[in-house]
Unconditional design. Sequence first.
Length: 183
Amino acid sequence: MCYAFPMSRKPMSGRGAAGSEDEGAIAAGIYGLVLQTIRRGARDMSLTTLSTLSTLDRTGPRRITDLAMYEGITQPSMTTLVSSLERSGLVERRGDPRDKRVALIAITSAGLKLLRARRRESAGAIQQLIDKLPADELAVLAAATPVLEHLVELGSETWGQATPIGRKSPRVEVTGLPRVGGS
């Protein structure tokens, strides 16, 4: 990874009060943008539903118990959600080749299509805001892109992109999204 400016990969502690205030403002700004993007999205599906589809996309077929643990809901709630998704054609049940008694839940091509459309909509909404930035702010944002990508990586490492049995899931690139600065 190449940065436009020198960066340390070590967490910095003890940066002082000014650093904490700056970090708080940065975190609040990113949080506000994420929150606005979520609120702007279509409201025909719950965030848990979309998150479940995203989990299946990232990690592959899963048991209902694993999905419930991933999403932080009870197994009966996940069973209800999966049944609804299955009726909608967004997921399907498959046999587990290692244990014939177990059903694995997998995202269907219709589920992938819906999920990718939602990702494009969200990225498009952010792109509309980026398009309104003056050139000097766009340049700052473009320079910060590697840092934002690093934050995504840190989030994946920190917040449970690991599978329920402790392995890290492969990083999945989302294609078709607009990028800052062309290319």
